[in-house]
Design a protein. Sequence first.
Length: 367
Amino acid sequence: MDDKISIILPIFNVGDHLKGGIDSLINQTIGNENLEIIMVNDCSTDGSDKIIDEYAEKYDCCIAIHHEKNSGAAYTPRNTGIDACTGDYIMFLDPDDRYTPDACETLYHAAKKNDADVAFGRFRRIFEYGGKVQKSYSPYIDSLEKHYPDEELETANFLDVPDFVWDHFVEKFLYGKTLEVTYPRDSPLDTIKVDNIEQEPDLLKMAPAVWSKIYKRELIMDNDLRFQPFVSGDDMAFSLEALLKAKGIVFLNNFLCYDYYIRDLPDDKSITNTVNVRLLNELMESYIYCRQCTEGFSKEIQTVSVNPHLLHWTNSWKHSPFTKDENKLLLSKVNKLKSIHKSDLKTKMLLSSISTAIESKIQIQKE
């Protein structure tokens, strides 16, 4: 193999899960001699620093980088990794998750064969303490049951409504009509290949996960793509910018490349399960940034890149207690998005309903 793949891990206090994540890279079928594993420690205090030093000493493919000051979020160590990497292709792993064994090999060959700037697959959402496994959302009909006959994969449904209600009502409202541009939707699809995102806007309906994708180095470096300073939503902004600028995109609809672990115990909780005002505030900031990135693109691109996330944001807000001042802050950010995101009537109604709900909450709250 002539090319090298750089894989970047932002690390902060994940000691209990770290070895499993790194081992999933060491044992990739493509061979770790073809990998450059860049582990960026953001001032961990739980021994994670010693773990990555051990891997760097044991394996030639592993590089340990230690920040002198904690940045408070994943975007800084990810950017540090981008600046340090030398690979022809770039991937990302959150160190408490896992790549499936042939993730690097399959995504690399998909990108290389099609000379694509981005190639990506599906992922499993594993509820570690609930025993439930979901397949990530795709707007295309899949054949995952045939490809993974031993898996029991539930449909992604973050609102936990009955499947019939999700399939026939909620999903259609959340994701809008099928934007059938290049590929028909009357039968299972294995691979979607397009020259640019305008040829298939529905690709933006899927979770904006950077870790289910492989990126050609030139795409990131030539466009100076970096993670924006959001504690949450930085991956959404990066993924969107990359897809907007990509020349050649491949999506593998029947390939599970990543295991995304969701932990929800008081003493072992994923950051995405820790809802607070900072997280929702910066998520809304990322939506504003993403909407600004789509200026000049089609109405369909502007809509599907942001709207599906708004119901998720609203659901998180609804089930979390915030003070009156915190709600005022969140309302100001919703109104900021509202002032620039006017793609269609449905978008205006959606944002108006969110702002009205927060305003009503503020009115009944005490100072």
